[in-house]
Design a protein around this ligand. Structure first.
Ligand SMILES: CC(=O)SCCNC(=O)CCNC(=O)[C@H](O)C(C)(C)COP(=O)(O)OP(=O)(O)OC[C@H]1O[C@@H](n2cnc3c(N)ncnc32)[C@H](O)[C@@H]1OP(=O)(O)O
Ligand SMILES: O=CC(=O)O
Ligand SMILES: [Mg+2]
Length: 533
């Protein structure tokens, strides 16, 4: 469908235009998206180019440090604007895809906040993105309901509900089904723009506001772009400035060196920072991929207590609380285990331990991946956090130490770790290609961030010919040698019928290319995107 906006920009909708989608892609909403695209897309593209240049400097040996040119911001005495009453207490936040049933379950879960995710938990098929917008609109309007066609189970909203946050896609992703002026619109601009356009006024009428999580940024200049988009969007729709509140995920190693600056850029629109631990580990591997002295051990050994992770979350808490901003914790990967009580209790205990560490360190709340974990996380935070948040915990004991932030984790690279990365990455990519961005694999939550760790480790270990604990060397030949065994294991696990009707061969082909490529591919989802509609 081709149409023209008031700015005379052509808009080409390449995705299937289902009847309901016309309620979302209205001429006025498309005009709004076109304006956002016109004003901000070139800046987005320049910021992505800046990432490439920065990577070249890191490859050449320039390691990250606090920026001299923004010292006045770090030293300055300023705080972020206060946030509304309904997000003063965010002790438990549940996250999940923008699936209709899961949105209702998450809002009813007893968590304080639900983050509806167009990012790590979302495979950005056109239908997922568009249905997600419909589901969110219906959730905001409190008209959402669902009947499961498989078992007739009915879903509707409870009176007590979590506060809704939305996480748009990162700056790197584009939406190939919506072309404006000959160029794909940014996924971030599209997800933000449609949600804001259709819901901002209603949210304010219902004593809430447009709340966002902002993913995968690498610098404060990228946060400045979000802030400019917020200012423009509020102005354009006649929404009071400062209504939008965004929580920035500090989930890249470079952003950890600009936490003050990111809060400063967004200070009228900030609801704090969050420890996006899985992307953070991925980013550490990615950014230092060409440095043989920064190789991480098996994924299972990179816990929150290894030096560079501890330095990161502690500095995040200190930075946030100095600026009266919330310091949110992150996601433990364990989920409830079905049919094995012992394994289930062990998983719950691991989650509880992780939440205890977060609450005692001074975080103001945490994330859970599953409704079955809300009470565990809540119990821990209720015990250690009798107040709505812990802004008073200043963590002045924590030093701003650039070396601690990048200190490599010690440990082993094992053959099991190598095979497990292959196995998990193939299974995850397969699900993603079928439209599922969050999946349970070996009783852990896997999403785009956790799977990236697996494929990035394989690339890095092979590229650097790492010695495994059993004396073997990580090479592409070893990858090829192990592949039949890994595939046979997956076939055993899922059964031949599912294997043959699934997309396992395409997923394996994609992983093999990603692992073999001389130049590291920035995001597996960028490569895989051409295989979904
Ligand atoms: C690194 C990061 O970015 S973390 C944030 C991004 N990742 C996520 O948000 C992952 C969120 N979690 C999930 O998507 C899911 O929990 C999964 C995919 C890991 C497991 O899902 P399932 O296999 O469906 O779990 P399970 O069968 O135990 O679910 C039981 C019920 O809980 C619901 N449920 C599970 N997780 C969630 C969730 N996060 N939100 C809402 N409902 C959920 C299921 O829909 C199901 O509902 P039903 O009984 O009404 O049918
Ligand atoms: O988005 C969260 C993460 O851990 O990555
Ligand atoms: Mg992430």
């Amino acid at each position: 469908m081709e149409m023209t906006t008031t700015q005379k920009l052509s808009i080409d909708i390449k995705g299937e235009m289902k009847k309901q989608y016309q309620e979302i892609l209205t001429p006025a909403a498309l005009d709004f998206l076109a304006e956002l695209h016109l004003r901000f897309n070139n800046r987005r593209l320049s910021l992505l180019e800046a990432r490439v240049k920065r990577q070249k400097r890191i490859d050449a040996g320039e390691m990250p440090d606090f920026l001299p040119e923004t010292e006045h911001i770090r030293e300055g005495d300023w705080t972020v604007a206060p946030v509304p009453a309904n997000i003063q207490d965010r002790r438990v936040e549940i996250t999940g895809p923008v699936d209709r049933k899961m949105i209702i379950n998450a809002l009813n879960s007893g968590a304080n906040v639900f983050m509806a995710d167009f990012e790590d938990a979302c495979s950005p098929k056109w239908e997922n993105i568009m249905d997600g917008q419909i589901n969110l609109r219906d959730a905001v309007n409190e008209t959402i309901s669902y009947t499961n066609p498989k078992n007739g189970k009915q879903y509707q909203l409870n009176d007590e509900r979590a506060v809704l946050f939305v996480r748009p896609r990162g700056w790197h992703l584009e939406e190939k089904n919506l072309i404006i002026d000959g160029k794909p619109i940014s996924g971030a601009i599209m997800d933000f723009g449609l949600y804001f356009f259709h819901n901002a006024k209603t949210l304010l009428e219902k004593n809430s506001a447009p709340y966002f999580y902002l993913p995968k940024m690498e610098s404060h200049m990228e946060a400045r772009l979000w802030n400019h988009i917020f200012v423009f969007a509020q102005h354009r729709l006649g929404i009071p400035q400062g209504s939008i509140k965004g929580t920035v995920l500090i989930e890249t190693i470079l952003a950890a060196f600009e936490m003050d600056e990111i809060l400063y850029e967004l200070k009228d629109h900030s609801a704090g920072l969050n420890c996006g631990r899985w992307d953070y580990i991925f980013s550490y591997i990615k950014k230092f991929r060409n440095h043989s002295d920064f190789i991480l051990p098996d994924r299972s050994q990179v816990t929150m207590t290894v030096p560079f992770m501890k330095a990161y979350y502690e500095l995040l808490i200190k930075t946030c609380h100095k600026r009266k901003a919330f310091a949110m914790g992150g996601m433990a990967a364990q989920i409830p285990v079905k049919g094995d009580e012992e394994a289930h209790l062990a998983a719950i205990q691991k989650v509880a331990k992780d939440k205890e560490r977060e609450a005692q360190a001074g975080h103001d709340g945490t994330w859970v991946a599953h409704p079955g974990l809300v009470s565990t996380a809540k119990g821990v935070f209720d015990q250690y956090m009798p107040t709505p948040n812990q802004l008073q915990v200043l963590r002045n004991d924590v030093k701003e130490d650039p070396h601690a932030l990048i200190e490599p984790a010690k440990g082993e690279v094992t053959l099991h770790g190598f095979k497990n990365n292959m196995d998990v990455a193939i299974q995850y990519i397969e699900s993603w290609l079928r439209g599922h961005g969050a999946v349970p694999i070996y009783n852990l939550m896997e999403d785009a961030a956790t799977a990236e760790i697996s494929r990035a480790q394989l690339w890095q270990w092979i590229k650097n010919e790492v010695k495994l604990s059993n004396g073997q060397t990580a090479t592409f030949a070893l990858y090829e040698e192990l592949l039949p065994e890994v595939i046979a294991h997956i076939q055993d696990l899922v059964g031949l019928e599912k294997y043959n009707t699934g997309m396992y061969e395409k997923a394996t082909e994609l992983l093999t290319e990603l692992v073999k490529e001389q130049v590291f591919n920035e995001f597996l989802t960028l490569k895989a995107y051409s295989f979904i509609k």
